[in-house]
Design a protein around this ligand. Structure first.
Ligand SMILES: [Zn+2]
Length: 315
């Protein structure tokens, strides 16, 4: 081997090493993955799985109502720049398809509820009408109110992030596994909280019907004057029926949801003599200073509030 060729091979080795090292260097300096989540609860789930590698922007923020959301032009720009978009699906974000078109979004779209078994709504039962094309037997979108469903959401989120950012896949899988363990412990905790309460007493009134999955998972009956979407309005007949039912069944737990107009529940409270027990978080987290800034905190807060209202000793 001549001196020249040896030098050439050393140089080519250095060149090869630099190329081989570059993915690691790149991963350290790289910009976070730009993700958009449709609403605050889903935003938290994406943050739990994405960690530091993902920057999550939420369209429908804490305290806002995703059923009747209207995206702004700046939010359309945000979607246009995103690498991955997460939605709940099951008809929750009726505005999303149009937004993705407006933004000319060509990236990945992950429907987080994919693979869960939807509950069909029973809108006819409360006797209230629908103005926005809802029909009986439509899927109830609030699937996140059952913790085992959210384990499925987390799996879909990890899969989506792996596809968008293969270099981070191990991290996403690790984060998803740790968070899933936390969710399973939460599920056990909620079941234990209800176990002490006789089934006949597990009855709750909320303003819109957002707790069908919670009801099924944890054996609680929820009644709502407003349907499964806040878009529909409660009928006078439906409200009168509910008032009679509350009196007859001596239901004590009356709640307003943080996203809903409290007046209807306040009216029912006056007519039944049941004092509303406060807010539940159904479709939105609280802000960072509130009692439900994360999904896990929200489920824990709701469960405590429900159990306390039902078990409260009448004054
Ligand atoms: Zn809702």
């Amino acid at each position: 081997m001549t001196v020249f060729s040896r030098r050439a091979s050393v140089l080519s080795f250095i060149g090869f090493a630099a190329v081989a090292l570059s993915p690691a260097l790149h991963a350290q300096n790289t910009e976070p993955v730009k993700a958009v989540a449709s609403f605050s609860i889903l935003g938290d789930l994406v943050k739990q799985v994405g960690g530091d590698r993902v920057k999550v922007d939420v369209l429908v923020g804490a305290g806002s109502d995703a059923h009747v959301f209207q995206p702004t032009p700046s939010q359309a720009r945000l979607v246009g720049q995103a690498q991955i978009v997460f939605s709940n699906g099951l008809g929750f974000e009726g505005w999303l398809t149009r937004l993705l078109n407006t933004a000319s979004y060509k990236g990945q779209h992950v429907v987080a509820s994919q693979g869960i078994k939807p509950i069909e709504t029973e809108e006819g039962d409360h006797g209230h009408g629908h103005k926005h094309g809802h029909s009986h037997g439509e899927a109830d979108p609030h699937a996140w109110q059952s913790v085992p469903n959210v384990v499925t959401y987390v799996g879909n989120i990890a899969k989506g992030l792996c596809a968008a950012d293969a270099a981070g896949c191990d991290t996403y899988k690790k984060n998803a596994a740790a968070y899933t363990a936390e969710l399973k412990a939460l599920d056990t905790e909620i079941k234990a909280a209800w176990a002490a309460i006789p089934t006949a007493q597990r009855k709750v009134i909320t303003s819109h019907d957002a707790f069908g999955y919670y009801a099924k998972a944890y054996g609680v009956k929820f009644l709502a004057p407003q349907g499964v979407s806040t878009e529909s309005e409660a009928s006078a007949k439906g409200v009168a029926q509910l008032v009679r039912q509350i009196k007859k069944e001596k239901i004590k737990a009356l709640f307003v949801e943080s996203i809903s107009d409290p007046r209807l529940i306040e009216q029912i409270g006056r007519e039944t003599g049941v004092k509303p027990a406060g807010d539940l978080f159904s479709d939105s987290l609280s802000d960072a200073q509130g009692p439900a800034p994360t999904y896990v905190a929200m489920m824990r807060f709701n469960t405590n509030a429900l159990v306390q209202a039902i078990t409260a000793v009448p004054r």
